[in-house]
Design a protein around this ligand. Structure first.
Ligand SMILES: *Cc1c(COP(=O)(O)O)cnc(C)c1O
Length: 349
């Protein structure tokens, strides 16, 4: 059995967290004079529930986990940053991840003064499990695996991820920002088996809510306890908590958005295959497609001139001449395809 406490920074283990008015009394009352709030401008005058109890209960039912296995953050970004602050002593501990992958793991390591070790994927974007195991040492505390991976689009085999969770003496973070678009099952089903597993999900992609900033970390109650200890007391605002509760009641609608994006994605890939400037379309489990072009920077500039913005990943390891294209609405993909066809025509002349 892995012991979470042994990996926690001593100052965090000993931390006596800020005790807010709403922490000390959370029962029913009709006169609230404990938090120096204004009596005017309801409901915005009141501090929000610091532990988001109602929202977590609702989310727990929907995802098939327990409320004490959930942390809610200001985007996944907060959930990532706090893991460094909980587990990594600056200048001593290190984090290990793959490359290419999501940029925030490295940015948060740099901000926290933590060494970040990048292990390249194989050329076909599969995991190099041996190289990952070789990169780990006794000071490694975090291992980030983004699956489906951004920007490559592929999900990694469950057997390989399980091997790493089992072998690693530290926290394995599986970032599932794109899981709703994938045919692979979520690791949430197996949360109870692995006390050192943290699963990240977000409202920003399939749930259509990037603007509200709400991310989730699912983990053992021990890890969630440390999250609650170090987070800002009122990190999730009351309007965002209410918004998320409403959205969870519209789950059917969200499923229909995902279905629509998957339909548009399939058609988009079929049409891309017909373009002469396309060299390779990588398989995707996400709401974007990584495409190798004959001249990605030129195509990127052409599209920008047409008012269309995609992500140029040409300078990223293993992604030379690649564009990452988000699957948008059917009409948006029509406009993009039309511009790409005109580009193909122009280079033929
Ligand atoms: C988009 C994305 C997120 C979402 O971040 P938020 O802060 O929740 O918006 C997380 N992880 C990956 C890999 C992403 O691509």
């Amino acid at each position: 059995m892995k012991q979470i406490d042994q990996w926690v920074r001593p100052n965090i283990r000993q931390l006596k967290p800020y005790s807010s008015a709403r922490n000390e009394f959370s029962g029913e009352a009709s006169v609230w004079l404990d938090a120096n709030e204004s009596p005017f401008n309801a409901p915005y005058n009141r501090y929000p529930d610091p532990l988001q109890t109602t929202l977590k209960n609702r989310l727990a039912r929907q995802r098939g986990v327990r409320p004490d296995q959930i942390f809610l953050g200001v985007g996944s970004d907060e959930a990532i940053d706090l893991l460094y602050r909980i587990f990594c002593e600056p200048g001593k501990n290190n984090a290990v991840s793959i490359v290419p992958t999501y940029g925030m793991y490295k940015v948060c390591a740099d901000i926290n003064g933590v060494e970040y070790r990048e292990v390249p994927l194989h050329d076909d974007f599969s995991l190099d499990v041996e190289a990952l195991e070789a990169a780990v040492d006794s000071d490694s505390r975090l291992l980030f695996l983004c699956s489906p991976n951004n920007p490559t689009g592929n999900a990694f085999p469950a057997g390989e991820i399980e091997r790493l969770i089992t072998a690693f003496d530290g926290i394995v973070v599986v970032d599932e920002a794109y899981i709703d678009f994938s045919s692979h099952p979520s690791w949430l089903r197996r949360l109870d088996e692995f006390p050192n597993l943290v699963v990240l999900q977000t409202f920003s992609k399939a749930w259509g809510s990037a603007g509200v900033r709400l991310g989730m970390a699912f983990a053992s109650p021990s890890v969630i306890g440390y999250y609650n200890k170090v987070k800002y007391p009122y990190n999730i605002s009351a309007p965002v908590q209410r918004y998320a509760l409403d959205l969870l009641d519209r789950e059917g609608e969200v499923r229909s958005w995902v279905d629509e994006i998957l339909t548009v994605r399939a058609l988009f890939i079929e049409r891309l295959e017909e373009l002469p400037v396309v060299v390779k379309i990588y398989p995707t489990d996400a709401n974007f497609v990584l495409v190798r072009m004959d001249n990605a920077p030129a195509i990127y500039e052409w599209l920008v001139a047409e008012g269309i913005v995609v992500r140029n990943r040409s300078s990223v390891a293993l992604c030379g001449n690649c564009l990452r294209i988000t699957v948008g609405a059917a009409g948006e993909m029509d406009i993009l395809m039309e511009a790409l066809r005109r580009y193909s025509q122009s280079v033929k002349l």
